[in-house]
Design a protein around this ligand. Structure first.
Ligand SMILES: Cc1cc2nc3c(=O)[nH]c(=O)nc-3n(C[C@H](O)[C@H](O)[C@H](O)COP(=O)(O)O)c2cc1C
Length: 312
């Protein structure tokens, strides 16, 4: 890992780490992340109380990625406070990032306060891109609702960097509206993107959807979403480059995807589906490939690359 990065005062030993999602729920999975070349330990999105898995089949891999409706299964935030303490005691040198999901403003305030006050957690990623309340859009698609919630979150005292995991936006007007909201708060970073929601993959053989929950509608990841992720990194770069960092996420499975996300303006990148498919060995492979390509191109620093897309 040659190229370090930072979010505010927190130093990452490289630019590639895991996204909140596959293989980061249990203590064993978190330990495996520390032992891998992941540059941070990101934990599964957690809620106030533990949540069960949706019925099976709920996760299916396909050639171009994966579709799922897991249902935000997690052990509840108190367990992740315990896991953070165990990890920090044993492995002090990697940033520990928590991911928080929202079911009400009160929930969010409880979790942000608890993690801000915890000495073992380094960074908070607040997940604004989940279907949190029945009958309401995901909060990041409700600009007024996001504004109200962010006002409460950023009123909570604390020194730790707080960032947001955003869903994909498909219309530049919506991106600009969200950017106007984000500019009002001391947000350290945004992670673009969470998956593309409410998609349907049909198996022509069985004549049914691949997954069971929600009539087969699920979250889509992998190759399918890379161009959407790159466009979101780029659109937000143009609106927010002087305010916060962007973490690229979506469709990264090789060095070339890391390279493209950095060109678009991501400072760090996260891996999701590929970690689910390959396990933690993917970090070593992608890091090695990326370092070799950087050498070949004579880049001695990632900052020579970040945002340097040559527009035509
Ligand atoms: C099985 C699975 C579970 C996920 N769970 C979460 C989650 O709890 N919180 C979250 O912010 N994103 C979650 N994600 C989304 C990923 O973090 C990531 O944004 C998405 O998969 C796009 O990256 P990828 O193309 O590398 O997979 C999940 C993804 C997968 C595949």
């Amino acid at each position: 890992m040659k190229f370090t990065a930072n979010i505010w005062k927190v130093v990452f030993p490289g630019v590639i780490y895991n996204s909140s999602g596959p293989r980061c729920t249990t203590p064993d999975e978190l330990r495996a992340l520390w032992e891998s070349e992941s540059s941070a330990i990101m934990m599964k999105s957690c809620s106030p109380l533990p949540r069960e898995w949706n019925p099976e089949p709920r996760y299916m891999e396909v050639d171009l990625g994966s579709i799922n409706s897991i249902g935000l299964a997690n052990h509840g935030y108190k367990k992740y406070l315990e896991y953070a303490a165990e990890l920090k005691a044993e492995f002090p040198n990697k940033p520990i990032v928590v991911s928080i999901v929202w079911f009400s403003h009160v929930d969010f305030i409880e979790l942000v306060t608890a993690f801000q006050n915890d000495e073992n957690v380094d960074i908070l990623e607040v997940n604004l891109s989940c279907p949190n309340v029945l009958g309401k859009p995901q909060i990041a698609y409700d600009f007024e609702g996001s504004d109200e919630l962010l006002a409460k979150i950023f009123a909570i005292p604390g020194e730790k960097p707080v960032g947001l995991k955003l869903p994909p936006y498909f219309d530049p007007v919506h991106t600009a509206m969200m950017a106007e909201v984000l500019k009002k708060y001391p947000i350290s970073f945004i992670t673009c993107i969470n998956s593309v929601g409410n998609t349907l993959i049909i198996d022509p053989e069985t004549e049914s959807p691949l997954i069971a929950p929600k009539g087969g509608l699920g979250w889509l990841w992998g190759d399918y979403v890379k161009p959407v992720a790159l466009a979101n990194v780029r659109m937000f770069y143009k609106l927010l480059w002087d305010r916060m960092k962007i973490i690229g996420c979506g469709g990264i499975k090789s060095w070339v995807d890391v390279f493209e996300h950095l060109l678009a303006w991501a400072s760090l990148v996260q891996l999701g589906t590929v970690l689910g498919k390959e396990n933690t060995i993917c970090f070593e492979r992608i890091q090695k490939e990326f370092d070799e390509y950087m050498d070949k191109k004579w880049y001695s620093d990632v900052n020579q690359l970040v945002g340097n897309l040559k527009e035509l």
